[in-house]
Design a protein around this ligand. Sequence first.
Ligand code: PAF
Length: 291
Amino acid sequence: MPKRTGLVVARTRREARDWHKSQHAAGKRIAFAPTMGALHDGHVSLIKIGLEKADAAASSIFVNPTQFAAHEDLATYPRAEENDLQKLEAAGCSFCYCPSPAEMYPAGDSTRVMVKDLAHILEGEVRPHFFEGVASVVSRLFLHLRPDVAVFGEKDYQQLLVIKRMTHDLGFGIEIVGGPTKREADGLAMSSRNAYLNAEERAQAVAVSRVMFTTAAKLEGGEPIRAATDAAKAELLAAGYASADYVEARRADTLAPFGAETCPVGTSGRLLVAARLGKTRLIDNVGFVRR
Ligand code: PAF
């Protein structure tokens, strides 16, 4: 297994197993932050959260084909492995699993993990293949690496809830932790896909977080949900977005609709936004509590 100064890079599930066995034999707890690479400060923050929760931090870099539809950006998804490994090493990560598609999905593979209900709303409606791909790859990563804790960014809030549901239902015995969204100075949520934005789009992109924060403030103040989210969609279109897939205020724990005209006082909500700017699809979300 090739070894850098402080970071072991593994390509096979056997190497991953040898590593987790050696860590557990030494009495170390493993924290795991899976990624698809093209790392930014948001990913680095997940490694740091992992190190607060366990003795050794592990990550993975795998652009997972099963979570992309045929018309999506699998071929063009940014790839920068050497740069990513340097960032992981600098963050204190001691292990990175970089399997090939054939290692992750062996020839003839036909097994998938499907989470019902939660995985079929919001992102699951717009990208029906997505959560089955995520649940399938994350369950395999969990089996190959056997972490004690796994850290996922709140930037993909619905994904975090889907993983929590799957981990509980399948009895993995792994603690799932959410890491706060990291933002650029102007408020845009960090994302590997921000690299797709040209200069003009990058300037327009900030509207998604600006509109999201002002809409969450309206909901906290008791403005009717539909009026606030319709106004948010109109603002995004006025700011140059081609379309808004959704702007939805939901219960933070289940993502179920509130079923009322305004959010109930004291209940935790999550405002979730997905919108398209040129060829790039941006998603963001924020928590709020109605006063
Ligand atoms: O959030 C991501 O980067 C991916 O969906 C994940 C969790 C690494 C699975 O491929």
